[in-house]
Design a protein around this ligand. Structure first.
Ligand SMILES: Nc1ncnc2c1ncn2[C@@H]1O[C@@H]2COP(=O)(O)O[C@H]2[C@H]1O
Length: 630
C-alpha cells in the first residue's frame, strides 16, 4: 500500500496543531543523503524517482513514526472497506433516474420471481419517527388486496421493532398482511383490565403504561409507572390463557400502533409463538434456586405476570429501581446499577478539591507580587530560594486561611502556591510563585466550595448478571431501614422480565422468604462511592498522560475532528471539570449534553475532573527525552 503512489505521508504538526508540509530541503552531504535504499520503494511505479527524492521520502516516513504510519494504514483500510461495501450494495442494482424526479428509484431483477423489483426512496418518507403515510395506505387496504410487494415493504419497515423482528420471516410476512394501523392520543385506554380482548398490539411510536386499575389513571400519578415503548408489544396474554385482560394499558402520549385482530392472530398460529415465549420464561424461572420448591402450577402463575423485554446496550431500564413498583429478573445478558452522586455532599471531595487548588500554578511569575504583603513576600522569597524543601506546612497554612475566610461575599480569592511539591520529587520540579484565583463560592455542610466544583457523577456500584434479581434486596426490611438512595438501572444488552412487587409478594411462601433474606445486597455508602470516583479519576488522568507521553504526540489523529478551544472551566461537551481554569471567566458554550436546560438534572454531571498535577516526565525520568509536554 505504501508504494501505491497516492499515499503521501503527513508532515509533523507544528505549534498550533496545524498540519503543514515541510518545505525544508536537506543540504548536500547532510545525514539524509546517506540514508540507505528505502525499502518502501514502489514496485510497479512508472516514474522513476531520484535517489535523493527516495531518501527524502524515507526520512520523512521515519520521522513520522509508527503512530502516523499506523493511522494512515487504518484510514486506507477503512476507505477500501467502504468501497467494497458500497460496491457490494450496488452491484446488482440499477438506479433509474427520471428527468422529473429529484430522488432515484432503485431497481433489480429478481431471478427467483423472474421480475423486476423497484424501490422508490420517496415511498416511505415520513415525519421523523412516525409511521409513513405510504405504509398507512397499505395497512388501510383489506389483506387480500395487498400486493406481495406492499407486504414485503411493510415487513422491511417493521424490522425496527424488536418484538416483530423476533418472529420468523414467514410469520412476519403473514403479520404484515393482516395488521392495521391505529394512532391514539394521550390518556386513551387501549386495553382494559377484566375485559375480553380482541387485539394484539405492536408499538410503533410513543409510550404506554401498564396499570392495575381499570381506567389507567394511576399511570399518571405513579412516579415510576411500568412503561412500554417503541418495539414492544402487548395484549397477547389474553389470547394465551383465553381469559380476560390482566392489566390496563393506557397511552402516556400520542402513540402509534400496528394491530393484529384475534381471528388473524389465531389463524396465523401466533398463539403458538406466545406459548413458546411463555415456556421459555417458565424454564428460566425453573432453573432459579429461589423457586426450587415451587410447584409447576405456582410457577406458571409467576410466568403470566410478566414478559421478556429486550434492552439494547446502554439503554435505560429504570431511572430509579428502588422506587420502582416492579422487580426485575435478568434472563439474558447483564445490567449495571449506577448511582448519581453529588460530590459536593462528600467531606472527602471537599478535602480533595482544596488540596488540589493549592497546587494551581499556571500563571507567569511576578504578576501577583503587588497583591502580597511583606510577610507573604518573604515567604515567597524563602520558597523560591529553597525549591527542594518540603513546604507542606505552608500549604496547610494556606488551606486553613482559605477556609477561615468568611464567605460574606459570594466571590472569594483562593491563594495558590506552587511550593508544595513533595520532597520526593526533588529539585527537578521548579517551585513557582503563588497567585490568587477569584471565583464564586457556595456554602455547603463542610464549608465553602468553588461553585463550579459542585458537580455530580454517575458511578457504577453493581453489575447484575444473568439469573440475578433486582428490586428484592430490601423487600424484607422494615421501611425505616430502607436505603432510599435513587439507583439507576442501565442495560448492557439484556433481556429482563419485570413483575409487579405486590403480585410477586402474593406468591411467596416462608421458604422463599428464607432464601430472599440471603439475597440481601448492601450498596456502598456515598462517601465510599465518592472516594472510588476520585481514585478512578486520578488513574484515568494518569493513564491519559502516560499514553500522551509514550505515543508520538506531535501528530493530530487524522480522524479526530478539530476540537475548538475549551473556554469555560466546565466543559459540558467533554463532561469534564477543569480545576486549572477555575478563574477563567467564560460561559460554557454548550448546554450539558446539548439538551435544553429544563430537561437537565439539577446537578451538572461530569465524567472527569482535571486537577493540577505534576508533569509525568518527572515521574518517569527514563522517558524525559520524548519531547512531550502534558
Ligand atoms: N409485567 C408486565 N410486563 C409487560 N407487559 C405486561 C405486564 N403485565 C401485563 N402486561 C401486558 O399488558 C397486557 C394486558 O392485556 P393482556 O392480559 O392480554 O396482555 C398483557 C400484557 O401484554
Amino acid at each position: 500500500m505504501a508504494g501505491s503512489g497516492w499515499w503521501r505521508p503527513r508532515a509533523p504538526v507544528r505549534g498550533g496543531g496545524e498540519v503543514e508540509e515541510s518545505e525544508e530541503e536537506p543540504e548536500e552531504g547532510s545525514e539524509e543523503e546517506s540514508v540507505p535504499e528505502p525499502p518502501l520503494k514502489p514496485k510497479g511505479l512508472q516514474v522513476k524517482k531520484s535517489r535523493y527524492q527516495e531518501a527524502k521520502d524515507w526520512s520523512k516516513i521515519k520521522s513520522l513514526g509508527l503512530y502516523q504510519l499506523t493511522m494512515d494504514i487504518i484510514m486506507m483500510n477503512r476507505v477500501c472497506r467502504m468501497f467494497r461495501q458500497g460496491l457490494k450494495g450496488f452491484r446488482e442494482y440499477q438506479i433509474i433516474e427520471t428527468a422529473h424526479r429529484k430522488h432515484p428509484i432503485f431497481s433489480f431483477w429478481d431471478k427467483k420471481k423472474q421480475g423486476r423489483i423497484t424501490f422508490d426512496t420517496m415511498d416511505f418518507i415520513a415525519e421523523s419517527g412516525h409511521f409513513p403515510p405510504r405504509a398507512i395506505q397499505i395497512t388501510q387496504k383489506k389483506p387480500a388486496w395487498r400486493t406481495e410487494r406492499e407486504i414485503q415493504s411493510l415487513c422491511n419497515l417493521l424490522q425496527v421493532l424488536d418484538s416483530y423482528r423476533n418472529y420468523s420471516e414467514p410469520l412476519q410476512l403473514l403479520l404484515a398482511k393482516v395488521m392495521r394501523f391505529e394512532r391514539f392520543g394521550s390518556r386513551r385506554v387501549i386495553v382494559r383490565k377484566g375485559q375480553r380482548g380482541n387485539s394484539f398490539y405492536f408499538i410503533y411510536l410513543g409510550t404506554v403504561a401498564v396499570t392495575e386499575d381499570e381506567d389507567g389513571s394511576s399511570a399518571f400519578l405513579d412516579p415510576h409507572p411500568m412503561l412500554l415503548q417503541k418495539g414492544s408489544c402487548f395484549g397477547e396474554m389474553d389470547f394465551l390463557t383465553s381469559s380476560v385482560r390482566r392489566a390496563t394499558v393506557v397511552c402516556m402520549e400520542e402513540t402509534e400502533f400496528l394491530v393484529v385482530d384475534r381471528e388473524d392472530f389465531l389463524a396465523n398460529k401466533l398463539d403458538q409463538e406466545v406459548k413458546k415465549d411463555a415456556q421459555h420464561r417458565f424454564e428460566f424461572f425453573r432453573k432459579m434456586d429461589l423457586f426450587h420448591s415451587w410447584s409447576d402450577e405456582k410457577l406458571w402463575k409467576l410466568v403470566i405476570l410478566g414478559k421478556i423485554e429486550k434492552f439494547s446496550y446502554g439503554q435505560l431500564i429504570s431511572k430509579d429501581f428502588v422506587e420502582l413498583s416492579s422487580i426485575v429478573f435478568v434472563c439474558k445478558g447483564s445490567c449495571e446499577v449506577l448511582q448519581l452522586i453529588d460530590l459536593a455532599t462528600s467531606p472527602f471531595y471537599h478535602k480533595w478539591i482544596w488540596q488540589h487548588l493549592q497546587l494551581i500554578d499556571d500563571r507567569p511569575p511576578n504578576t501577583h507580587l503587588k497583591d502580597l504583603s511583606p510577610v507573604e513576600r518573604f515567604k515567597e522569597f524563602q520558597i523560591r530560594s529553597y525549591p527542594v524543601q518540603d513546604f507542606s506546612f505552608l500549604k496547610l497554612l494556606h488551606l486553613r486561611k482559605a477556609q477561615e475566610q468568611q464567605g460574606s461575599s459570594f466571590s472569594r480569592k483562593i491563594k495558590t502556591s506552587g511550593n508544595t511539591l513533595p520532597k520526593t520529587l526533588g529539585s527537578k520540579i521548579k517551585s513557582r510563585c503563588p497567585h490568587f484565583i477569584e471565583c464564586p463560592m457556595i456554602d455547603t455542610n463542610y464549608g465553602d466550595l468553588p461553585k463550579e466544583a459542585a458537580v455530580g457523577a454517575y458511578m457504577k456500584i453493581h453489575t447484575v448478571e444473568q439469573g440475578e434479581i433486582l428490586g428484592l434486596h430490601q423487600i424484607l426490611l422494615p421501611e425505616s431501614q430502607h436505603d432510599t438512595r435513587p439507583l439507576i438501572l442501565v442495560s448492557l444488552g439484556a433481556e429482563v422480565i419485570r413483575v409487579r412487587k405486590e403480585k410477586f409478594c402474593e406468591l411467596i411462601d416462608s421458604k422463599t422468604i428464607e432464601k430472599l433474606s440471603k439475597l440481601e445486597i448492601k450498596y456502598p455508602s456515598d462517601e465510599d462511592v465518592c472516594q472510588k470516583f476520585l481514585e478512578e479519576n486520578s488513574w484515568n488522568v494518569f493513564r491519559k498522560d502516560l499514553v500522551r507521553l509514550l505515543v508520538e504526540p506531535r501528530q493530530c489523529p487524522p480522524f479526530a475532528p478539530v476540537q475548538p478551544r475549551k473556554k469555560g472551566i466546565y466543559s459540558p461537551k467533554a463532561v469534564m471539570l477543569d480545576l486549572c481554569s477555575l478563574d477563567k471567566k467564560t460561559k460554557p458554550r454548550h448546554p450539558i449534553f446539548m439538551a435544553p436546560q429544563k430537561h437537565l438534572p439539577p446537578l451538572r454531571i461530569v465524567q472527569a475532573i482535571i486537577a493540577p498535577r505534576y508533569k509525568i516526565q518527572e515521574l518517569l525520568p527514563q522517558y524525559k527525552n520524548a519531547g512531550v509536554l502534558v
